[in-house]
Design a protein around this ligand. Structure first.
Ligand SMILES: Nc1ncnc2c1ncn2[C@@H]1O[C@H](COP(=O)(O)OP(=O)(O)OP(=O)(O)O)[C@@H](O)[C@H]1O
Length: 295
């Protein structure tokens, strides 16, 4: 388990992380969300020892993270750190060797990963010749090649095409299935919603919301009731109290009702005037929850 415990960090007197506290549990994918500048990269850099916290601690399996335990971390930094002039294979072997993996085994793993993630490159192509998405896949492999015990990934999905997103997602899911705690930052909230067991939303260096997407949904403003109805006469909704027409498409009128009372009245009216297609509360997407949390 990776634990952030009351981590504070300021730059030039401006507080960027403010008692940041959360856990990433074994086998869990944790989505780290927050507006630009909320402090996600800073938190990840502190976990990896690139920056030092002013106070608080980051622990792995209960012990303060140090240079030794960080060797078991897989990290994908925001400022992708690869050698432009080296081939993907050579640098992956190099990174694996730094982690103590023998050359043959390193070459085997690198080739296997490049194949698995479908990195498109000629055998002699330097990294800089690859498309950005392919470079990003190489960066992910660099984070994975030593079979890390924790994965910390800073915006691993940005700029990837949908097929590459699926390939990357599958790798994270597999790591989690093997019991690895995985934390990644992203602004792609549909993806976060789809992949993550739990989500944390950071605002001003504090987690302002944390939980499974379902838990966040239950805690969010449930929104107003909605009613969709067909086969009603034109301008039927004009006579209803507390109703607002949201959409009128292909003969389906969708209303938002301002109160439960207005909703019940509209439902009864719709049942006698036409055919009710749906009635209930609109379930907020993670993007709606995010907007509410960072507003
Ligand atoms: N080395 C630094 N010196 C001074 N300020 C910094 C430094 N690193 C980060 N900051 C500031 O800390 C704040 C948080 O930045 P950080 O990169 O952690 O945010 P983020 O949540 O990762 O944002 P984004 O989604 O845009 O990547 C920002 O206001 C940033 O300008």
């Amino acid at each position: 388990m990776l634990t952030f415990d009351a981590v504070d960090k300021s730059f030039g007197g401006r507080r960027v992380l403010d008692a940041l506290t959360f856990d990433v549990r074994p086998g869990e994918i944790f989505g780290f969300c927050g507006a630009n500048g909320a402090g996600k990269t800073t938190a990840m850099r502190i976990a990896l020892g690139v920056l030092e916290a002013d106070s608080g601690s980051v622990r792995f399996n209960g012990a303060d993270v140090d240079a030794h335990s960080r060797r078991r971390f897989g990290y994908m930094p925001e400022e992708r750190g690869l050698y432009a002039k080296m081939t993907p294979l050579d640098q992956l072997v190099h990174f694996a060797r730094l982690s103590g993996i023998p050359r043959r085994e390193a070459a085997r793993r690198a080739a296997e990963w490049l194949e698995r993630l479908g990195v498109v490159a000629g055998p002699r192509d330097a990294l800089e010749k690859l498309s950005l998405g392919n470079q990003q896949k190489v960066q992910l492999i660099a984070a994975l090649i030593h079979d890390p015990a924790v994965l910390v990934l800073d915006e691993p999905f940005s700029g990837l095409d949908p097929v590459a997103v699926d390939a990357m997602a599958e790798v994270l899911l597999q790591s989690a299935r093997e019991g690895v705690p995985v934390v990644f930052s992203s602004h792609q909230l549909e993806l976060v919603e789809r992949l993550c067991d739990r989500v944390g939303i950071l605002r001003g260096g504090r987690l302002v919301a944390e939980g499974t997407v379902d838990e966040l949904r239950r805690a969010a403003d449930p929104g107003r009731p909605r009613l969709s109805v067909t086969d009603v006469p034109p301008r039927w909704a004009d006579a209803l109290q507390g109703a607002r027409v949201l959409a009128e498409e292909d003969g389906v009128v969708t209303l938002e009702l301002e109160s439960d009372r207005a909703a019940q009245a509209a439902l009864a009216a719709a049942q006698s005037a036409g055919r009710v297609e749906s009635f209930g509360r609109h379930e907020p997407a993670l993007a709606d929850i995010f907007r509410e949390a960072v507003a």
